[in-house]
Write a protein that binds this ligand. Sequence first.
Ligand SMILES: [Zn+2]
Length: 135
Amino acid sequence: NCVLPSTHVNSKHVMDVYTSFTRLSLMSFRLKFVFGPCALQALDLVDQRAVTCLSSPSGRKAFQVIGGSGRLYTCFVSCHYCPCPAFAYTVLRRNEGPLCKHILAVYLCQSMGVTQQESVSDQQIHVLRNERQEC
Ligand SMILES: [Zn+2]
């Protein structure tokens, strides 16, 4: 039996909720398909607003992501680098492409416009970059 919504239920609202739910599931599904299980953890980080973009006067950028354990990871999207163990692991398994939940969270936050912004000096960015020799 098909139960139709009664007339006093705002069916447009129901449709809106349904549409956003479908979109969200579809997005989670796509992310999971493309990026594997780290996608859902990355979405959690986005939810927690765990990504901060540090930018210097000369336009250099670094991203700081607070991981699930509360550890702070400094990622450089420009050279595609994160210091976490998962990243090192995917770099070794070259067929998967280097990606971890932190870098994915940075991309997601950037595309949704929910990155926290922080200004730092060129000196500070320089110090962060020096910790990562190859960048
Ligand atoms: Zn990472």
